[in-house]
Design a protein around this ligand. Structure first.
Ligand code: AMP
Length: 216
């Protein structure tokens, strides 16, 4: 099953993708995570991407498309994948469609995370992440057991540089300008399903399960 999680930053795509990947046994492919790993490793791609990411701007399509196409070829994607944070522009959506057409394996469903943008500021400024990839927390809505430490590995949680308010505004603008039009693109393909991303985490998971269960 090949699925896209579409929605603004902070809508809960990453949190839900972690849950979906366990239940449906398909990997979460997050371009944000892949890019952050490239930045951390100091690779040429990471060096190019860093300036855009720190400013809250989108990384150019050619870099992101090459990265995700490479990742989709890995053996763990044989039964499908969840794309989290990709595509984010019309160019990326078209490149993805062309790539999947070659493989004869189109997208089965796009889950649109519908949420009021004002809620996102609160969610993102309070978000903290584990630097070792054990997921996300929120200082109010999903606090760790010990303040500031990951429940799994005990590492100090990180406040991402782009989760500060001025950067968040830039990311929202990029979402409205470049990504939101993809809702119409995927609706016209007949694969769009919206969930109410303002509900509590468990209720959103149930709604996603129900939608994806119908595909299987
Ligand atoms: P995320 O973790 O999905 O919020 O992504 C963090 C940052 O990585 C974004 O603000 C962009 O700078 C970059 N990024 C992630 N995915 C993409 C994408 N599909 N296209 C362009 N830039 C991206």
């Amino acid at each position: 099953m090949r699925v896209i999680f579409l929605g603004p930053p902070g809508a809960g795509k990453g949190t839900q993708a972690k849950r979906t990947q366990e239940r449906f046994r398909i990997p979460q492919l997050s371009t944000g995570d892949l890019l952050r790993a490239a930045v951390k490793a100091g690779s040429p791609l990471g060096q190019k991407a860093r300036t855009f990411m720190d400013a809250g701007q989108l990384v150019p399509d050619d870099l992101v498309v090459a990265l995700i196409v490479e990742r989709m070829k890995q053996p763990d994607c044989g039964n499908g994948f969840i794309l989290d944070g990709f595509p984010r522009t019309a160019g990326q959506a078209q490149a993805l469609e062309a790539e999947l057409k070659k493989a004869g394996a189109p997208i089965d469903m796009v889950i649109n995370f519908a949420i009021d943008p004002e809620r996102l500021i609160e969610r993102l400024t309070g978000r903290r992440i584990c630097p070792n990839g054990h997921g996300e927390y929120h200082i109010r809505f999903q606090p760790p057991k010990v303040e500031g430490k990951c429940d799994v590995c005990g590492e100090a949680l990180v406040h991402r540089p782009d989760d500060h308010e001025d950067r968040i505004r830039t990311r929202m603008e990029a979402y409205t300008r470049d990504t939101e039009p993809l809702i119409g693109f995927y609706r016209s393909r007949g694969v769009l399903q919206s969930v109410d991303a303002e509900s509590e985490i468990g209720a959103v998971t149930k709604a996603i399960d129900a939608a994806l269960g119908a595909v299987r």
